[in-house]
Design a binder for this molecule. Structure first.
Ligand SMILES: [Zn+2]
Length: 78
C-alpha cells in the first residue's frame, strides 16, 4: 500500500474529524459509512502538548483505494 497523501494537520481538522467521526479530507460523517479506513497520523502540537492522532478517511478518500485513485472530493485541500 502506498499512501497518496498525508492527513491534514490537526489544526485544520474539525472536532468530528479529530475524534474520528468524519473523513479527515472531505468531512463526510463516518458514523453511517462502512469501509472507513485509517488515513494515518495527523500531526499537531499546542504548546508542550503533542496532539498527534490517528484520523480516518471515507472509502472515496481512502489512500489505498485501488479502484478510484483519482478521486477528489469537495474538501480537498487547495
Ligand atoms: Zn472523504
Amino acid at each position: 500500500m502506498t499512501p497518496l497523501r498525508e492527513p491534514p494537520p490537526v489544526a485544520s481538522l474539525t472536532y468530528a474529524q479529530y475524534a474520528g467521526w468524519a473523513c479527515c479530507w472531505c468531512g463526510t460523517s463516518l458514523l453511517d459509512v462502512t469501509g472507513a479506513v485509517s488515513a494515518g497520523i495527523a500531526r499537531g502540537q499546542a504548546g508542550a502538548h503533542v496532539l498527534d492522532i490517528e484520523v480516518y478517511a471515507c472509502p472515496g478518500c481512502a489512500p489505498s483505494d485501488p479502484g478510484r485513485p483519482e478521486h477528489h472530493c469537495q474538501g480537498d485541500p487547495k
